[in-house]
Design a protein around this ligand. Structure first.
Ligand code: GLU
Length: 549
């Protein structure tokens, strides 16, 4: 009996690997084109770090005219959830990071290198496992969980590395006959890789992000096919990225330490290894401690959070590029109006240690992104968000013509308004512009410097009676507020007030604030002149009258 007989006994029906090698030929792409992928497990949760990896992979493939595909890694069937693929597909869609190939719905896919769902590739893995068995590069292992546990305890008390290697790899040296005998007797087994490595030797690896790294060779006889017939991540990674003709693996740096094993697997399988780029995790400052963004503790770790909050897709992408490439910020400063697609992303400019996530900065980018939109775009985006997440806002926005006027205030000019950072801000930002809301609210007026009721009423009354003219242009409108200030003994110019503060009760700016607060209930609003224009004479008068009561 030889290795081939044993392989036939274990996988009698597996196809010869030449079948798959022909079925999935080298891709016909221009020189330098990168083939990369996003390969999440369908656990129903896309981590912002996952989206970050997908974005980087998409950038790299797009800029080189390559292929970006989505592969679903569902070999750990305990961790799966219902509709887990849909969640991933939708998250990528939400952020416009569309795969060229791979899963497109829970069950459908596109592309010639599939199936793109690992559980549907069982036969493929078995063919390659058989190929390894035939050459004596893999072997069946019959150790029970108890035996493995016992080995681990012995290793711990002997203070040596744990794992299945060298003298500890009990089944490695079983003869083909012994192994066949056990299989025929119905003993349970899994398939292990017979590592040719030695721990005392080093390998060198050049990572496209981390740079040059040295590792000891792998000498662990890791499991390649589990008891359920499915592969482990390591084996599936080698087989899939070979057959899907991946040229660049972009993944989380938690896998960096597996590189020696992966290179060895590629070598022993006779495959050309891809290049690797290991991305550092996104970190969070937690009371002075830097730690990974955690699915359990941080709502912002979930990609769905951004959609629910209504943070614009472009803001999230821009922010991620910002932390991905140190050169981005300068590029953006020099090109404030260019589309993100024009940025020349560079892998070797990625940070080697984890980038710190900064929500304040993200929201600030959100403000800038929204400030560049037209009123129509702001309307469409807020309405779409409201339809899904905020019925009240949806109702407010029903009158599109009026909403466009509201969103049009201080927009499209040189210094557009920057008060909205996310769609969930919109309601608060515009509700005072609606009479049906404004007049049905118990108002608190946050008056500032001038806060004596009598003084306030004098200002408001005189304004309505004498100085308000809805047909004024902005200059005339403001000149009249100055006149009003003068008539009531306030300084008409801030300068005058500063030069001689004892001569006045307050200045024209303070008078304006009284008007603003009475009109809106707010101290901070966009341009008051435009607000008055939009709400109209009737509303202006009624609002000031209400404030006098
Ligand atoms: N399923 C693996 C993970 O989610 C994929 C890693 C890879 O990209 O190879 O961590």
């Amino acid at each position: 009996m030889n290795y081939k007989d044993l392989a036939d006994l274990i996988f009698p029906d597996a196809k010869d690997i030449s079948y798959y090698e022909e079925k999935y030929p080298e891709r016909n792409l221009p020189e330098g084109a990168v083939v990369s992928r996003f390969a999440p497990s369908p656990t129903g949760f896309v981590h912002i770090g996952g989206l970050y990896q997908a974005l980087v992979a998409k950038e790299m493939t797009e800029k080189t005219g390559g292929v970006f595909f989505l592969r679903v890694e569902d070999t750990d069937q305990k961790r799966e959830v219902e509709n887990g693929v849909t969640g991933i597909v939708n998250s990528l869609k939400d952020f416009d990071i569309l795969p060229d190939e791979g899963m497109v719905t829970e069950t459908e896919e596109k592309g010639n290198y599939g199936p793109y769902k690992q559980s549907l590739r069982k036969e493929i893995y078995q063919s390659y496992a058989k190929y390894m068995l035939e050459q004596g590069k893999a072997y069946p292992c019959f150790c029970t969980t108890e035996e493995l546990e016992e080995t681990r305890k012995k290793q711990e008390s002997a203070k040596v590395r744990t794992g299945y290697y060298g003298v500890w790899a009990k089944c490695r040296n079983l003869s083909v006959e012994e192994a066949a005998e056990k299989i025929k007797n119905g003993e349970n087994y899994i398939i292990r890789f017979k590592s040719p490595g030695r721990e005392d030797r080093k390998i060198k690896h050049h990572d496209l992000i981390k740079g040059n790294v040295d590792f000891p060779e792998n000498d662990q006889d890791i499991v390649i096919i589990k008891a359920d017939g499915l592969p482990t991540y390591h084996f599936a990674h080698a087989v899939d990225d070979h057959l899907m003709r991946t040229t660049l693996v972009i993944r989380s740096d938690e896998w960096l330490s597996s590189v020696p094993l992966h290179l060895q697997l590629f070598q022993e399988l006779g495959f050309k290894a891809p290049k690797y780029a290991h991305i550092s995790p996104i970190m969070k400052n937690d009371n002075g401690n830097k730690r990974k963004l955690s699915k359990r503790k941080d709502p912002e770790a979930a990609v769905t959070y951004y959609k629910e909050e209504g943070i614009p897709v472009d803001a999230v992408k821009e922010y991620l590029l910002n932390i991905a490439n140190s050169t981005f910020e300068n590029w953006r400063r020099a090109n404030p109006d260019k589309s993100l697609d024009e940025f020349d992303f560079q892998l070797n400019k990625m940070s080697v240690s984890g980038a710190l996530f900064d929500m304040v900065k993200l929201l600030d980018i959100g403000k800038t992104v929204i400030s560049r939109m037209t009123a129509e775009e702001v309307y469409e985006n807020s309405f779409k968000w409201a339809q899904e997440y905020d019925e009240e806002l949806e109702k407010i926005l029903e009158d599109k013509d009026y909403a466009l006027k509201v969103f049009g205030i201080e927009r499209g000019n040189k210094k557009p308004r920057k008060d909205i950072s996310k769609w969930s801000d919109v309601k608060y930002n515009i509700e005072y512009m609606y009479d049906n809301i404004f007049f049905n609210k118990d108002m608190e007026y946050p008056y500032q410097v001038i806060n004596d009721k009598e003084d306030i009423n004098k200002i408001l009354k005189l304004y309505i009676d004498k100085y308000y003219n809805e047909n004024d242009d902005k200059q005339a409108w403001f000149d009249r507020i100055k006149e009003l200030a003068g008539e009531l003994g306030y300084a008409k110019e801030v300068k005058e007030y500063k030069a001689n503060p004892d001569a006045y009760k307050a200045h024209v700016g303070d008078v304006s604030t009284v008007l603003r607060v009475a009109l809106t209930g707010r101290t901070n609003t966009p341009d008051m002149y435009e607000i008055m224009q939009v709400i109209g004479k009737d509303s202006v008068t009624k609002r000031l009258e209400k404030a006098m009561r």
